[in-house]
Design a protein around this ligand. Structure first.
Ligand code: NAD
Length: 471
């Protein structure tokens, strides 16, 4: 029986290994982590990751061929294939602060693999080490050096980055657009790639399993996220020009995306991209360009992040300037804190940055998100408030959030925000009642008929806004 171990029971390691175990009943899969609470949660009825369909997958194979354990060393030593799926956040301090990925967790995992493999039940065994984490190009070389330095074990490093999207992780894992495996062009490298390919071939069609060099696979992961981010920044840059000229960004995006060479995905203008990965991976790519002597390319990618920052701050400016250039002491409802609909994840969410801007100007922010817990919302907004003068209230629904508010910001594209009874919302708000739609979910015409002053990203401004605000 092939034994697989995955270091890191996070958003990626947990779901990816659960699906692997489901599809390969003859493979024994162990997911290990240093975090005891995480392990306990994976072994409970309240999984630490909320993804549609995940509970059923875990229930089907936990205790059969899937185990989740804190016994890192034993499972790593026993495994034929070791996935490394630990976090690689952007560095918060030191060299490359705010730009380079922090590889401390990754290095600690590499050392665990080296030590365990060296003392494994069969020193001659050829362990395949799989990079699942998003890492800078040529990181595998560092992994190889650490493994060699420990001696005593035979190994081969391959890269197999994960492309699933949060909110559709299980569906994407069961039916991926592609699986990418990169390895060395040597006999041992090709054999390691084949071993991993054989695992995925249990459920992924052959033509969707792409094999490349190690460096191409590593680079493809951050490049894919950078391309997604770049599309959002491109359409957001157009949205600013639309507002200045009276064009409608939805019309422009439909016309541009209708060209088969461009395609229509990821062309929704809004308050900016967010989440734990896009910005981190664009910065990682820019840093790699910088470190590899291509500063012009680095500057290009940094502009993708700069436009995203511009889009968020321009939204806050629009809110403040529309409301007579001050929100101090005014209640502003914030609908949506998650970085996108379908998830309860607020990491890197533009909604949190907008709250920071409003609180900094002294607003009283009333937040509601259907999937973000009150505790989480309080934690995020408290961090956002910093030294700002504003106050935060977490509401139980959108109507409570909007009651008595001067303005209402829609910051996550939840379907329920489309379907609100906006007449009722209007009746409960101060006059003039402002709506600032950062996700283009409301029916602008209908809301203006009700009496709202409406701003929607990239849409023609109504008279009030074009007279009273500057972009
Ligand atoms: P995460 O923070 O949710 O999980 C990482 C886990 O690794 C944590 O539970 C941590 O305790 C554990 N860990 C860290 N060092 C360890 C060690 N030495 N030994 C054992 N456990 C250790 O991170 P994640 O979201 O799963 O992301 C993992 C990687 O996958 C990142 O590089 C990320 O960029 C990439 N990625 C994430 C997503 C996503 O949707 N979250 C999608 C694709 C790729």
């Amino acid at each position: 029986m092939v034994k697989i171990c995955c270091i890191g029971a996070g958003y990626v390691g947990g779901p990816a290994m659960a699906v692997l175990a489901l599809k390969c009943p003859a493979i024994e899969v162990a997911v290990v982590d240093v975090s005891r609470p995480r392990i306990d949660a994976w072994n409970s009825d309240r999984l630490p990751v909320l993804e549609p369909g995940l509970d059923a997958v875990v229930r089907a194979c936990r205790g059969r061929n899937l185990s989740i354990s804190a016994d890192v060393d034993r499972h790593v030593a026993d495994a034929d294939i070791v996935f490394v799926s630990v976090n690689t956040p952007t560095k918060a301090s030191g060299l490359g602060e705010g730009r380079a990925p922090d590889l401390a967790y990754w290095e600690s995992a590499a050392r665990v693999v080296a030590a365990a493999a060296a003392s494994s039940r069969s020193g001659a065994k050829n362990t395949v080490v799989v990079e699942k984490s998003a890492v800078p190009v040529r990181t595998a070389e560092a992994m190889e050096r650490i493994l060699v330095a420990h001696g005593g074990c035979a190994f081969e490093v391959v890269s197999n980055p994960e492309f699933f999207a949060e909110g559709t992780a299980v569906r994407d894992l069961l039916c991926p657009d592609r699986v990418l495996i990169g390895g060395r062009d040597t006999d041992a490298g090709r054999s390691a790639v084949r071993a991993l390919r054989d695992v995925y071939a249990h459920w992924v069609p052959e033509d969707r399993i792409l094999t490349t060099s190690l460096w191409s696979a590593e680079l493809s992961k951050v490049a894919a996220n950078a391309f997604l981010a770049q599309r959002v920044s491109s359409v957001n840059a157009i949205s600013a020009l639309c507002e200045a000229t009276g064009a409608d960004v939805s019309d422009v995006a439909r016309a541009v995306g209708g060209d088969g060479r461009v395609g229509g995905g990821f062309l929704s203008a809004g308050v900016g991209f967010g989440g734990p990965r896009l910005q981190k991976d664009v910065l990682c790519l820019a840093y790699a360009c910088e470190c590899n002597g291509v500063p012009e390319a680095a500057e290009y990618w940094r502009q993708v992040v700069a436009v995203n920052e511009y889009q968020k701050s321009r939204f806050v400016r629009r809110v403040v300037s529309s409301m007579f250039s001050t929100v101090a002491g005014k209640k502003v409802a914030v609908l949506g804190l998650a970085f996108k609909k379908g998830v309860g994840d607020t990491r890197g969410s533009p909604a949190v940055d907008v709250c920071r801007g409003l609180l900094g100007d002294g607003a009283h922010v009333s937040v509601y998100d259907p999937m973000v817990s009150e505790k989480q919302a309080r934690r995020d907004t408290a961090a956002a408030a910093g030294k700002g003068k504003g106050a935060v209230h977490v509401a139980r629904d959108a109507y409570e959030a909007a009651q008595g508010a001067h303005g209402l910001c829609v910051l996550t594209e939840w379907d329920e925000f489309r379907a609100l009874d906006y007449r009722r919302v209007f009746d409960g708000m101060q006059r003039p009642a402002f709506v600032f739609d950062g996700r283009n979910v409301v029916d602008v015409g209908k809301l203006r008929e009700i009496g709202f002053v409406v701003y929607a990203v990239g849409k023609p401004l109504d008279d009030w806004l074009s007279k009273s605000t500057r972009n």
